[in-house]
Write a protein that binds this ligand. Structure first.
Ligand code: SF4
Length: 419
C-alpha cells in the first residue's frame, strides 16, 4: 500500500484491521470485542476432526500444529472447550496466566479430556532446584498428576545471558530435569523466551541437549543470517522441539474499524485470494512453512478465531518466499507495536540505553494481551536508565528496526499507560 495515499480515516481503519489480523496470531483483544466474543462463544460447537500434527523434536510426540494459549478471560472455559471440539489438542497455560484452575475444572467435569491433550504449563524458577516444588504446585493447581511439558517461563528476563546459559546447560538443571522426567510429573522440560538475548540462550540450550522443547517469540520473516535464525538451525539439528508464540501484534489505540480494509492486505498479497486465505491464515501458513516450527501458540479468544485458525491448519500448504515477503511488508505497513525479532539494534541506532524493544513489548502486553498488571510490574522492574528514552533518536531507531516500529508514537503511550 502506498502509505502517502491513505487519508487519516482510512489509515486508522487499516491499522485497526491489522490489529484484528494480528489478534488471530498473537492472542490480542480489543476494547469493544467482548460482547461479540461472548455471543459467538455461546454457539454450540460442532465436533470436528483433529487438526494436523507435527512431531515436537526429540519428545517424539506429535502435537497439533495449533496450540491454544490460555490467558485468563471471561470466556476462557467455553473457549477451551470450543478449541478442543474444533480439533486442537495442544494447550498452553502458566502460573502467571491464572488459567490453570480452568483446566482443573475442565478435567473434573470431563476426565477423558486430560489424556487427549498435550498440556504445557510454566513457572519462573531462579535456580533449577526450585523447579521440583514448582512442578508439584502446578500439578495441584491444574488438578492432574502429570504435565506434558514444563517450561521455565520468560527465560532470560531474570538472568544475565551468562547466568541463563549456566542454568540451562548446567549439571544442576540436568539432574533436576532427569529427576522430574523420571518422576513422571512432567514428561518433558524446556523454556519459553521472548528475551532480546534469546538467540545465544537458545543456541546454548540446544547444544547442551538437556531441554526437550523451546517456545520462542518468532516471526516468519527472520533474517537468514540473524543469530536467532542460526540458533533455530541448531535446535533443528539437535532435535529440540520448537513452538512459535507472539508472532506479531498490531497497533490499536481504540479506533473503530471502518470498511473492509483487510481487502488492502489481500491486494498486497495476491496468494491470499488465490488460496482463499484471510491475512491471518496467511500469517499462520507463513509460520508453518518453516518446518522447524512444530506448533503455533495462539491465544484465540472467540470461536471465529478458532474456526479460522483450525481451518488454516487443515488447509496448510507451504508459502513461497516471495509471498512471505509480501505478507511481511503488508503487516509492517499496518504498524506493529510488538518487537518481534529483537537484538536491540534500535537502541544502538538511537544512541540510548533505554530498552526500546522491552518497552514496546510491555505496551503490547498491556494493550493487547490482557496482561495489564504484569506489564506494569515488568515495566517497574526495569532500571530508570532502561525506561528513559528522552534523548533517543527515535527516527533512527525506527529506521534500524526490521519491523519499523513507530517509536515516536509508541513510547509516549508506554509512559502514559505503564509509568
Ligand atoms: S530493532 Fe525492532 S525488532 Fe529489534 S529490538 Fe528494536 S524494536 Fe525489537
Amino acid at each position: 500500500m502506498d502509505q502517502d495515499k491513505i487519508n487519516g480515516a482510512d489509515r486508522r481503519a487499516f491499522l485497526q484491521a491489522g490489529a484484528i489480523a494480528a489478534a488471530a496470531a498473537s492472542g490480542l483483544t480489543r476494547s469493544g470485542e467482548a460482547h461479540a466474543q461472548a455471543q459467538a462463544i455461546t454457539e454450540p460447537a460442532q465436533k470436528s476432526p483433529e487438526i494436523p500434527r507435527r512431531k515436537l523434536g526429540k519428545t517424539g510426540v506429535e502435537i497439533t500444529m495449533l496450540d491454544q494459549g490460555a490467558v485468563r478471560g471471561a470466556s476462557l472455559d467455553r473457549v477451551l472447550r470450543f478449541s478442543f471440539a474444533a480439533g486442537v489438542r495442544t494447550f498452553d497455560t502458566a502460573k502467571i496466566y491464572g488459567s490453570e484452575p480452568n483446566f482443573k475444572a475442565w478435567f473434573e467435569k470431563s476426565p477423558e479430556v486430560r489424556k487427549q491433550i498435550f498440556l504445557v504449563t510454566k513457572d519462573s524458577p531462579r535456580t533449577p532446584g526450585q523447579m521440583l516444588k514448582m512442578v508439584d504446585e502446578r500439578l495441584a493447581t491444574l488438578g492432574t498428576d502429570y504435565i506434558d511439558l514444563f517450561f521455565v517461563h520468560g527465560f532470560g528476563d531474570h538472568h544475565s545471558v551468562d547466568d541463563a546459559i549456566k542454568f540451562i546447560a548446567g549439571d544442576e538443571f540436568k539432574e533436576v530435569a532427569d529427576k522430574i522426567r523420571k518422576s513422571g510429573k512432567a514428561k518433558f522440560l524446556g523454556f519459553s523466551s521472548h528475551n532480546k538475548n534469546r538467540a545465544p540462550i537458545i543456541q546454548a540450550a540446544a547444544e547442551a541437549g538437556i531441554v526437550d522443547a523451546i517456545m520462542l517469540q518468532y516471526t516468519p520473516w527472520l533474517e537468514k543470517d540473524s543469530a536467532l535464525n542460526k540458533a533455530l538451525d541448531v535446535c533443528w539439528k539437535k532435535n529440540v522441539g520448537l513452538i512459535s508464540m507472539k508472532q506479531i501484534a498490531g497497533r490499536g489505540f481504540g479506533d473503530q474499524p471502518k470498511g473492509n480494509i483487510l481487502d488492502e492486505v489481500v491486494r498486497r498479497v495476491p496468494t491470499l485470494a488465490e488460496k482463499k486465505l484471510s491475512p491471518f491464515q496467511g500469517l499462520l501458513h507463513a509460520i508453518w512453512t518453516d518446518e522447524r516450527i512444530s506448533s503455533v501458540c495462539v491465544s484465540m479468544r472467540n470461536t471465529d478465531q478458532i474456526r479460522e485458525n483450525t481451518d488454516a491448519a487443515r488447509r496448510f500448504e507451504p508459502l513461497k518466499t516471495a509471498d512471505i515477503h509480501q505478507l511481511r511488508d503488508a503487516f509492517i505497513a499496518q504498524g506493529q507495536m510488538m518487537c518481534a525479532d529483537c537484538d536491540g539494534r534500535c537502541a544502538v541506532a538511537a544512541g540510548t540505553k533505554a530498552e526500546l524493544g522491552d518497552l514496546t513489548r510491555y505496551l503490547t502486553y498491556h494493550q493487547h494481551h490482557g496482561l495489564r498488571a504484569d506489564a506494569r510490574r515488568q515495566y517497574a522492574e526495569l532500571s530508570a536508565e532502561a525506561r528513559d528514552w528522552s534523548n533517543a533518536d527515535l527516527a533512527a531507531a525506527q529506521e534500524a528496526c526490521p519491523n519499523k516500529l513507530d517509536f515516536a508514537k509508541l513510547l509516549p503511550e508506554v509512559d502514559r499507560r505503564l509509568a
